[in-house]
Design a protein around this ligand. Structure first.
Ligand SMILES: NC(=O)c1ccc[n+]([C@@H]2O[C@H](COP(=O)([O-])OP(=O)(O)OC[C@H]3O[C@@H](n4cnc5c(N)ncnc54)[C@H](OP(=O)(O)O)[C@@H]3O)[C@@H](O)[C@H]2O)c1
Length: 336
C-alpha cells in the first residue's frame, strides 16, 4: 500500500446498530479500512443516500458477501492510499465512486475501476450524488433497454434520485420523455428537468396519457420501480417491440398481467440490481459513463438535482427525509 498522507487508524462511521427505524443509524468509531489489491482508499468528503440504504437499515437488503456492513453505495472524496497494483489514480486525486457498501464513513475502499474523476466544477456533495443513479440509469435505460434518440421513454417515480437522472439523460440523448410522479410540485420539477409530459398518477391514468401523447403507439422504453399492478399497465402502455426494465418493486413484487401482450407486441421485460454485479461489470459501466456522460456533466447539460444535505452524524435525519417522501432528487451526507 502506498500512502504518503497521514491516515488515522480510526474513523467515524455511521452503522446500523440493529434493524429498524432511522434512529438505529448511530455514529461509531471503526478501524480505517485497508485497500486490497487493485483498490483505492478514499478520504470521503460526501456520501449519497439512496433508497436501498433504507431497505438495508430495515434489515431487508443485506450487503453482498465481502462488502462492508456499513450503509452507503456512493462517495466522493480524495484518494488517500493505493492498494497493491492500483495504478489508475494518484494519492490526492479527487474522485467519486460506486461502493458495494461502507459509504457512510470518513474513509471507504473501492476497486480503482469503479471510481470516476469528479466532473470539473462539481462540489464533493454534487459528485457524491452521481454514481448510484448514473450507473443504474445508464445500465438499465441505455444498455438493457437500448433507448435510442427519437424514441419515447417513460420513467416512473420521476422525482426520485433515479427518476431525475433518467429524465435528464434520456432527454440529453434525444428521447421524448414521459414520467409519473405523485404531486403537482413533483410533476413541475420533472418538466423543468426536461420531461415533455409529467403525469400526476394520483389524478391521471398514466396509460391513457401515454397513449394520447404517442397517438396510440405507446412508450418504447419504460423504466419501472413500482411493479405490482404497474406490470399489467406497463404492458398496455408499451409500444410494439417495447422494452420494460424493472429496477424495483416499491408497489409490490407480485403482479398479474396479460402475457398475450408480451407476444403480440413482442415486448422485452427485463431488470437488474446493481449492487451484486461484479467489479468488472461496474468497471464497464464506469467506462461508458466517462466517455458518454461525463462530458455532459462537465458542460452542466446534466447535473444532479440536490434535495438536502445532512451531516454524516445525522444520517438518521437523511433517512427520515427520504421516508417522508417529499424529497425531489438526491439527499447527501456531508462528511467533511
Ligand atoms: N435495481 C437497481 O440496480 C437499483 C439501483 C438503485 C436504486 N434502485 C431502486 O430505485 C428506486 C428509486 O431509488 P432512489 O434512491 O431514487 O429512491 P427515492 O428518491 O426515494 O425514490 C423513490 C420514488 O418512488 C416513488 N414511489 C412510487 N411508489 C412508491 C412506494 N410504494 N413507496 C415509496 N416510493 C414510491 C416515489 O415517488 P412519488 O412520491 O411520486 O410516488 C419516490 O420518488 C428504489 O426503489 C431503489 O431501491 C434500484
Amino acid at each position: 500500500m502506498t500512502s504518503p498522507a497521514a491516515i488515522p487508524e480510526k474513523m467515524t462511521a455511521v452503522a446500523i446498530s440493529s434493524p429498524g427505524g432511522p434512529m438505529v443509524l448511530k455514529p461509531e468509531r471503526r478501524d480505517v479500512p485497508t485497500p486490497e489489491a487493485g483498490e483505492i482508499l478514499i478520504e470521503v468528503k460526501a456520501a449519497g443516500v439512496n433508497r436501498p440504504d433504507v431497505f438495508q437499515r430495515q434489515g431487508a437488503y443485506p450487503p453482498p458477501p465481502g462488502a462492508s456492513d456499513l450503509p452507503g453505495l456512493e462517495v466522493a472524496g480524495i484518494v488517500a492510499a493505493l492498494g497493491e497494483g492500483a495504478t489508475r489514480w494518484r494519492v490526492g486525486d479527487k474522485v467519486c465512486a460506486l461502493t458495494p457498501g461502507g459509504g457512510y464513513a470518513e474513509y471507504a475502499t473501492v476497486h480503482e475501476s469503479n471510481a470516476l474523476p469528479i466532473p470539473s466544477g462539481f462540489t464533493f456533495t454534487e459528485a457524491a450524488a452521481l454514481p448510484e443513479t448514473f450507473f443504474t440509469v445508464w445500465h438499465n435505460v441505455f444498455e438493457r433497454g437500448g433507448l435510442k434518440s427519437g424514441e419515447t421513454f417513460l420513467v416512473h417515480g420521476g422525482s426520485s434520485g433515479i427518476g431525475t437522472t433518467a429524465i435528464q439523460l434520456a432527454s440529453a440523448f434525444g428521447a421524448r420523455v414521459l414520467t409519473t410522479a405523485g404531486s403537482a410540485d413533483k410533476c413541475g420539477a420533472c418538466e423543468k428537468l426536461g420531461a415533455d409530459r409529467a403525469i400526476n398518477y394520483r389524478t391521471e391514468d398514466f396509460v391513457a396519457v401515454v397513449k394520447e401523447v404517442t397517438e396510440g403507439k405507446g412508450a418504447n422504453v419504460i423504466l419501472d420501480m413500482v411493479g405490482g399492478d404497474y406490470v399489467a399497465r406497463n404492458y398496455t402502455a408499451a409500444a410494439i417491440e417495447g422494452r420494460i426494465v424493472q429496477i424495483a418493486t416499491l408497489g409490490g413484487a407480485v403482479g398479474t398481467t396479460d402475457f398475450s401482450k408480451l407476444m403480440m407486441k413482442r415486448l422485452v421485460h427485463t431488470g437488474s440490481t446493481l449492487r451484486p454485479r461484479t467489479v468488472e461489470v461496474k468497471a464497464g459501466i464506469a467506462a461508458a459513463l466517462e466517455a458518454q456522460v461525463w462530458p455532459l456533466l462537465a458542460a452542466r447539460r446534466v447535473a444532479p438535482v440536490m434535495d438536502m444535505i445532512f451531516p454524516l452524524r445525522e444520517a438518521w435525519r437523511a433517512h427520515e427525509r427520504m421516508e417522508e417522501g417529499d424529497h425531489i432528487g438526491k439527499i447527501v451526507l456531508d462528511v467533511a
